[in-house]
Design a protein. Structure first.
Length: 116
């Protein structure tokens, strides 16, 4: 991983947790690409170390580390499976409020073979 890559991160999901996390990453000096389904079509402007991905795929491709802050793992996988090839070679960290209950009950049936 190149030196500049270590300072780049993508945050998907800009609710209260995702927005706070993205803000802290920027404060810590990371170049941060953000994407959220609600703001995607609004033409939001970003400056400095924050960049709005034009699409979920371009946001994922922008950084070697992707952090999702989406309410449930089921929703997270639903969003990411659409663009699974863009995750190839990237580290993925998922933050969800119901991680344990969903993870234990439904991990096996997910089409995880599509995410390489």
């Amino acid at each position: 991983m190149a030196r500049k890559d270590r300072t780049m991160v993508t945050v998907v999901g800009l609710g209260s947790e995702g927005s706070a996390l993205a803000g802290r990453l920027v404060e810590a000096g990371y170049f941060t690409t953000v994407w959220d389904v609600v703001i995607a079509g609004r033409g939001a402007r970003t400056t400095g170390r924050v960049r709005l991905g034009r699409s979920l795929k371009t946001a994922l491709l922008a950084s070697p580390l992707v952090i999702t802050c989406i309410a449930t793992l089921e929703d997270t996988f639903g969003v990411l499976l659409v663009v699974a090839p863009a995750l190839a070679g990237r580290a993925l960290s998922t933050w969800a409020t119901n991680t344990t209950s969903w993870f234990c009950g439904k991990m096996t049936p997910v089409n995880s073979d599509r995410v390489t």
